[in-house]
Design a binder for this molecule. Structure first.
Ligand SMILES: Nc1ncnc2c1ncn2[C@@H]1O[C@H](COP(=O)(O)OP(=O)(O)O)[C@@H](O)[C@H]1O
Ligand SMILES: [Mg+2]
Length: 366
């Protein structure tokens, strides 16, 4: 087993720089998710670990080896692609053991590993079928099985669940997660889906346009997003943003339709920044419609309801405050009518404060 290190990695395709200066350490046995919007460089980063793309500058290490110039087959990795990439003319069994036969692994050992993988993944009953005789979920399991039997030091996954329907995606998400927790193989998993990132990773690295934005546990990213990009990207429905200005004393932020007192860490962080433009971030669950005592300080915002979405366990209310639309979570039986004016409670000790110019977090949510 081994960790993976990106050390000041830069990647250009011709004149176009797609990864600027990536330094990231994936620990031994860790499940690291690389997440970001389409085109941000996730697959490129993963393919550089695999040896399928050259590195323009910097070093990639697997374990204690620099692998920049090592061919893919010598890197001790196994990759699972979105497209599965199974051999159509081979049976499931042949797809699973092909790589081992090439490496001249003894037959008894091959049979043992294939048997183990088939059992773990529940694919034992269709080892003699061809890929076209399998459902999408079954094919995906075979693709994962092919990675397992190689017993690599590192698993690489590139959006492996994107071709599955929503229900199967949730199931496979759980299967891959528990598989990794059991095998403890160091894993780098690429996705554009923040829910996959949050539910699967020990840690998450958020990329935007080739730049690393933040690395942390799911909860760290959720509770302390380093900047507006991460705040917007992680969480569903996304965090609400209110643009305003800090008063001279650094005690209140006011804008179109709101004037909020800063408390606790937000107040401390805003000290000396009086007069600056700010973005206040509020998660939908911290903008509540119920009359429950929250314990902490609150402010009331009056919203004009534009859309009500009932989910059963909660209702998401979209309402207008000046020029901004905010989303709040309210109790199922408290759903307001469209066009009604509602007073919502904003939990002041849960607000996030960002500098409007640098877009960096000042504090909050902790
Ligand atoms: N072989 C290539 N040649 C030129 N540009 C490429 C190549 N592969 C990817 N790119 C570009 O590099 C950027 C990052 O691509 P990619 O790593 O595939 O993003 P992601 O996986 O995050 O969607 C994109 O702008 C993409 O168009
Ligand atoms: Mg990609």
């Amino acid at each position: 087993m081994a960790g993976v290190v990106f050390d000041k990695i830069r990647k250009c395709y011709g004149d176009v720089e797609v990864i600027r200066d990536l330094s990231l350490e994936i620990r031994d046995e860790e499940f690291m998710v690389l997440v970001g919007p389409s085109g941000c460089g996730k697959s490129t980063a993963l393919r550089m670990i695999a040896g399928l793309e050259e590195v323009t500058a910097g070093e990639i290490r697997i374990g204690d080896r620099v692998v920049n110039d090592l061919p893919p087959k010598d890197r001790d990795i196994a990759m699972v692609f979105q497209s599965y990439a199974l051999y159509p003319h081979m049976s499931v069994r042949e797809n699973l053991d092909f790589g081992l036969r090439i490496k001249k692994v003894p037959r008894a050992e091959i049979d043992r590993r294939v048997g183990d993988a088939a059992r773990i993944l529940g694919i034992g009953s269709y080892l003699d079928r061809k890929p076209r005789q399998l459902s999408g979920g079954q094919r995906q399991r075979v693709a994962v099985g092919r990675a397992i039997v190689r017993q690599p030091a590192v698993f690489l996954f590139d959006e492996p669940l994107s071709n599955l329907d929503a229900k199967l995606r949730v199931q496979m998400r759980a299967e891959i997660t528990s598989l990794q927790r059991r095998l403890r193989t160091t894993t780098v998993y690429v996705t554009h889906d923040q829910v996959e990132a949050m539910t699967m990773g020990h840690r998450i690295a958020v990329l935007d346009a080739g730049d690393l934005q933040q690395v942390g546990t799911p909860l760290e990213l959720y509770e302390k997003p380093a900047n507006l990009f991460v705040a917007r990207f992680i969480g569903t429905p996304p965090m609400n943003f209110l643009r305003g200005r800090l008063d001279a004393g650094g005690a209140r932020v006011a804008g179109d339709g709101f004037d909020l007192e800063l408390v606790g860490k937000a107040r401390a962080a805003a000290a000396g920044m009086g007069g600056r433009d700010m973005v206040v971030g509020v998660r939908p669950e911290n903008l509540r419609g119920d009359r429950r005592e929250s314990g902490g300080p609150t402010a009331t915002l009056r919203l004009k309801v534009a859309l009500v979405e009932t989910l059963g366990h909660e209702v998401q209310v979209h309402g207008r405050l000046g020029d901004t639309t905010l989303v709040a979570k309210v109790e199922p039986h408290d759903a307001p009518a469209i066009d009604a004016e509602v007073d919502l409670l904003l939990e002041l000790d849960r607000l996030h404060l960002f500098d409007a110019v640098t877009e960096r977090r000042l504090t909050g949510g902790d």
